[in-house]
Design a protein around this ligand. Structure first.
Ligand SMILES: *[C@@H]1O[C@H](CO)[C@@H](O)[C@H](O)[C@H]1NC(C)=O
Ligand SMILES: *[C@@H]1O[C@H](CO)[C@@H](O)[C@H](O)[C@H]1NC(C)=O
Ligand SMILES: *[C@@H]1O[C@H](CO)[C@@H](O)[C@H](O)[C@H]1NC(C)=O
Ligand SMILES: *[C@@H]1O[C@H](CO)[C@@H](O)[C@H](O)[C@H]1NC(C)=O
Ligand SMILES: [Cu+2]
Length: 290
């Protein structure tokens, strides 16, 4: 399934490239049929296979919400997001643990956003979703084709937060968001934003590199799990993703030294695209609505 998908993508990319070489004025969208998922102007997102192992980024939600009406008492969603390369460097595992969630009845989206949160906590200043392939968000992400989604659209690719629970935690590997500094898909200097179903920004936090991080437990590169607890103070499920210190843990933080030119990404025409991704993110930042 995966192999044939990738093969189809490569063939599609080859056909696209040859079509462009003969009809250079044709709009890229002319080769996309309406039944295919919408992808970025720069194509599908590349899988990142050399994320630095052992480097951990963490975003911790602030004490008070940005959208004050969500918590009139000054409270907020509580929780944190950690992100670390898979043990083989392919993709990044996100571990998300939240509590004191608002009960809206509808699922809550969340995304990686382009800029970090300023010291005044202004979530609007985080700009738009991380979207280095310039896909936009006019059409919803098709989670059966995550490479076509905005890199930062984590809830679109992996599922939104249920709107009727107090606590929620999940763990999954995203193959497109990266901890390789220099890539457009790098999010270690950016932020994560949690929204109401109507897209209002409730709260947000910047990622920071964790010093002296130990490796999270090694697990299958494609495994994911989600647990939900409706109890206000329950700890059910709290050990389903708990880190288990092992011999693989390192006691010092590892500097990222890989220059961008040696970053390895795979995917259709990725080598051509990688060079423009960094510049593209600035363009993506301009048209922010979310
Ligand atoms: C928050 O950031 C947005 C976008 O940069 C800006 O327009 C707005 O004035 C800021 N609000 C505050 C209270 O700083
Ligand atoms: C974050 O890092 C990326 C890749 O190194 C870079 O292109 C971008 O300008 C940085 N953004 C901020 C807000 O520092
Ligand atoms: C979005 O939803 C929240 C929660 O229901 C509400 O407080 C807020 O006013 C809504 N914002 C807009 C722009 O409709
Ligand atoms: C937590 O771990 C213990 C010991 O492995 C196990 O007995 C228990 O069922 C686990 N709890 C949950 C909620 O997974
Ligand atoms: Cu968002």
């Amino acid at each position: 399934m995966r192999v044939s998908n990738n093969l189809a993508l490569l063939l599609a990319a080859a056909a696209h490239a040859s079509a462009q070489s003969t009809t250079s004025t044709a709009a890229p969208s002319s080769t996309i049929t309406p039944s295919e998922p919408e992808t970025g102007k720069l194509g599908d997102a590349a899988q990142v296979i050399d994320n630095p192992v052992g480097v951990v980024y963490k975003a911790t939600l602030p004490k008070s919400a940005f959208f004050k009406p969500a918590y009139p008492d000054g409270d907020n969603i509580k929780g944190e997001v950690t992100a670390e390369a898979n043990p083989d460097g392919l993709g990044v595992r996100f571990n998300i643990k939240l509590s004191n969630l608002p009960k809206t009845g509808d699922a809550l989206p969340y995304h990686l956003h382009v800029d970090p949160v300023p010291v005044n906590g202004n979530c609007t200043a985080t700009l738009a979703h991380l979207d280095p392939y310039i896909r936009g968000e006019a059409t919803a992400c098709d989670k059966t084709a995550p490479e076509t989604c905005q890199v930062g659209d984590l809830s679109g690719k992996h599922g939104a937060i249920p709107g009727d629970v107090d606590e929620w935690e999940t763990s999954y590997v995203d193959l497109y968001a990266s901890t390789v500094e220099g890539l457009g898909a790098f999010f270690g200097n950016r932020s994560i934003v949690f929204h109401y179903p109507n897209k209002t920004r409730i709260t947000c936090a910047s990622f920071e590199k964790v010093d002296g991080a130990a490796s999270l437990p090694a697990s299958s590169s494609t495994a994911s799990s989600t647990t939900v607890s409706a109890g206000p103070t329950g700890i059910a499920g709290s050990n389903t993703t708990a880190p288990a210190p092992t011999g693989a843990a390192s006691t010092t933080s590892r500097a990222v030294t890989a220059p961008t030119t040696t970053s390895v990404v795979i995917g259709a025409a990725s080598s051509l695209r990688a060079g423009v991704v960094g510049a593209a993110v600035f363009g993506a930042a301009v048209a922010f609505m979310l």
